[in-house]
Design a protein around this ligand. Structure first.
Ligand SMILES: [Zn+2]
Length: 294
């Protein structure tokens, strides 16, 4: 059976309550060997770290743009301290979730740009990949990446990517992978589905963004919600079915999508390779070995 990596799942979210162990058991059952749990603010740094260690997953530390209104300037120092403290933790695989959001109302643009900028600089200082939230903000995100990167490539992921083909190329040329998840399962997502079908397979990583972005089979319309059905809760165990949709769009085998996207995830976050299950020379350790070849 193929294995998968969920490169972005908020397993500490309140929507999961105390069900994280059951959610994780379903993920492993479905072949999702590993999840990356990004932090969103200093208040959940400890929660994501503890959860990742308890469950055998990975985590990232960072301040999410939607949490910048409540963030204090000294939170950036707290982040720098946490990165220093946990620098050698093999399960700390990236800096994130960081980014820019020009869709959500009520954000202070100067403040979110400052937090993003400073966190990109920290990623450089600590040599960590970045998990980037990009919503109506691709061009400004690219500009900051270029300015802070000064010609050096980045490692990381443009999470829940939903831009144009041109913007996708710009992200790829800076070294990022593009995160695809539940949004691609909707037939009306024409531009996104075209990208998922046509981008080189080396560009893609898989993610659920659980508990958010439910695939169409979990999605409840506004009418259904008004009639009392709660919105579907996404979870990592949905990833293989999402991969199946991407495979069909590409006319590829789901196993090939799985193998390539695990490899891509390890390229985006090199520490993941050592966390994949060692299965005595089977697929998982082959991915890791493949990455170590020159
Ligand atoms: Zn997220």
């Amino acid at each position: 059976m193929s294995i998968f990596v969920d490169t972005h799942c908020h397993l500490d979210a309140p929507e999961f309550g105390d069900e994280a162990p059951a959610v994780q058991a379903r993920a492993r059952q479905a072949g999702v060997a590993l999840g990356v749990i990004p932090a969103v603010g200093v208040f959940n740094f400890e929660a994501v770290r503890t959860l990742a260690h308890r469950q055998g997953d990975a985590y990232a530390l960072g301040i999410h743009p939607l949490f910048t209104p409540k963030a204090r300037p000294e939170d950036l120092d707290t982040l720098a301290d946490a990165l220093r403290t946990h620098q050698a933790d093999p399960r700390l695989v990236a800096l994130g979730e960081i980014g820019l959001d020009f869709f959500a109302p009520g954000l202070d643009d100067a403040k979110q740009q400052h937090f993003f900028r400073r966190q990109l600089e920290l990623a450089r200082d600590f040599e960590l990949p970045v998990l980037i939230h990009v919503r109506r903000s691709v061009d400004k995100v690219l500009r900051q990446l270029r300015e802070v990167g000064r010609g050096q490539p980045w490692r990381g992921i443009a999470h829940a990517f939903n831009g144009s083909a041109q913007q996708a190329d710009a992200c790829l040329s800076l070294g990022l992978k593009l995160g695809f998840g539940g949004a691609v399962t909707f037939e009306r997502a024409l531009q996104l589905r075209r990208l998922a079908a046509q981008l080189p397979l080396e560009a893609l990583v898989l993610e659920t963004d659980a508990p958010d972005i439910p695939p169409h089979w979990l999605y409840r319309t506004q009418a259904q919600r008004e009639a009392g059905e709660p919105q579907g809760r996404n979870e990592p165990a949905e990833l293989p079915r999402i991969a199946q949709v991407i495979a069909e769009l590409r006319g590829a085998r789901v196993d090939d999508v799985a193998i390539a996207t695990v490899r891509n995830a390890c390229e985006a976050m090199p520490r993941l390779a050592a966390l994949l299950p060692v299965d005595g020379g089977g697929p998982a350790s082959l991915y890791a070995q493949g990455l170590q070849q020159p």
